[in-house]
Write a new protein. Structure first.
Length: 94
Protein backbone atom coordinates (compact mmCIF):
# COMPACT_ATOMS: atom_id res chain seq x y z
CA UNK A 1 0.00 0.00 0.00
CA UNK A 2 1.44 3.34 -1.02
CA UNK A 3 0.51 6.47 0.90
CA UNK A 4 0.73 9.76 -0.95
CA UNK A 5 1.00 12.94 1.08
CA UNK A 6 0.08 15.87 -1.10
CA UNK A 7 0.79 18.68 1.36
CA UNK A 8 4.54 18.01 1.78
CA UNK A 9 6.94 19.44 -0.75
CA UNK A 10 10.66 18.97 -0.50
CA UNK A 11 12.21 22.36 -1.08
CA UNK A 12 15.26 22.86 -3.24
CA UNK A 13 17.13 24.37 -0.30
CA UNK A 14 16.48 22.49 2.95
CA UNK A 15 15.53 24.89 5.75
CA UNK A 16 15.51 22.37 8.61
CA UNK A 17 11.72 22.16 8.65
CA UNK A 18 9.62 19.11 9.41
CA UNK A 19 6.02 18.06 9.01
CA UNK A 20 4.73 15.86 11.81
CA UNK A 21 1.58 13.78 11.44
CA UNK A 22 -0.01 11.93 14.37
CA UNK A 23 -3.03 9.70 14.79
CA UNK A 24 -4.54 7.90 17.75
CA UNK A 25 -6.03 4.45 18.11
CA UNK A 26 -7.92 2.51 20.76
CA UNK A 27 -8.52 -1.17 21.48
CA UNK A 28 -11.50 -1.87 23.72
CA UNK A 29 -10.65 -5.59 23.89
CA UNK A 30 -7.05 -5.03 24.98
CA UNK A 31 -7.88 -1.93 27.04
CA UNK A 32 -5.09 0.04 25.38
CA UNK A 33 -4.70 3.18 23.32
CA UNK A 34 -1.80 4.28 21.17
CA UNK A 35 -0.45 6.82 18.74
CA UNK A 36 1.52 6.70 15.55
CA UNK A 37 3.70 9.61 14.47
CA UNK A 38 5.43 10.24 11.16
CA UNK A 39 8.05 12.96 10.78
CA UNK A 40 8.76 14.16 7.25
CA UNK A 41 12.00 16.13 7.15
CA UNK A 42 12.80 18.76 4.57
CA UNK A 43 15.75 16.71 3.35
CA UNK A 44 13.34 13.91 2.36
CA UNK A 45 13.99 11.53 5.25
CA UNK A 46 11.11 9.96 7.16
CA UNK A 47 11.02 8.94 10.83
CA UNK A 48 8.25 6.81 12.37
CA UNK A 49 7.33 6.52 16.05
CA UNK A 50 4.58 4.74 17.98
CA UNK A 51 3.75 3.88 21.56
CA UNK A 52 0.88 2.23 23.42
CA UNK A 53 -0.56 2.97 26.85
CA UNK A 54 -3.18 1.62 29.26
CA UNK A 55 -3.82 4.38 31.79
CA UNK A 56 -7.35 3.66 33.09
CA UNK A 57 -8.16 7.38 33.42
CA UNK A 58 -7.40 8.00 29.73
CA UNK A 59 -9.05 4.85 28.33
CA UNK A 60 -12.51 6.40 28.41
CA UNK A 61 -11.43 8.89 25.74
CA UNK A 62 -10.88 6.08 23.21
CA UNK A 63 -8.65 7.11 20.28
CA UNK A 64 -8.55 10.73 21.49
CA UNK A 65 -6.28 9.56 24.32
CA UNK A 66 -3.82 8.29 21.71
CA UNK A 67 -4.10 11.51 19.73
CA UNK A 68 -3.30 13.52 22.85
CA UNK A 69 -0.23 11.38 23.53
CA UNK A 70 0.80 11.71 19.87
CA UNK A 71 0.50 15.50 20.06
CA UNK A 72 2.66 15.45 23.21
CA UNK A 73 5.24 13.28 21.45
CA UNK A 74 5.30 15.70 18.51
CA UNK A 75 5.91 18.64 20.84
CA UNK A 76 8.68 16.72 22.62
CA UNK A 77 10.24 15.90 19.26
CA UNK A 78 10.25 19.58 18.28
CA UNK A 79 11.51 20.66 21.70
CA UNK A 80 14.44 18.21 21.63
CA UNK A 81 15.48 19.67 18.28
CA UNK A 82 15.58 23.30 19.33
CA UNK A 83 17.08 24.24 15.99
CA UNK A 84 13.57 24.12 14.51
CA UNK A 85 12.36 27.62 13.69
CA UNK A 86 8.62 27.00 13.90
CA UNK A 87 5.91 24.39 14.30
CA UNK A 88 2.38 24.19 12.96
CA UNK A 89 -0.45 21.88 13.88
CA UNK A 90 -2.43 20.38 11.03
CA UNK A 91 -5.27 17.90 11.26
CA UNK A 92 -7.75 16.15 9.04
CA UNK A 93 -11.42 16.82 9.54
CA UNK A 94 -13.70 13.83 9.28
Amino acid sequence: MEIKIKSFKQSEEPDNSVHIYVDGSHSKEQEEYSYGMVVLKDDGTVEEYCEKFNDPEMLSMWNVAGEIMGACAAMQYADMRNELKSAAREYAEK
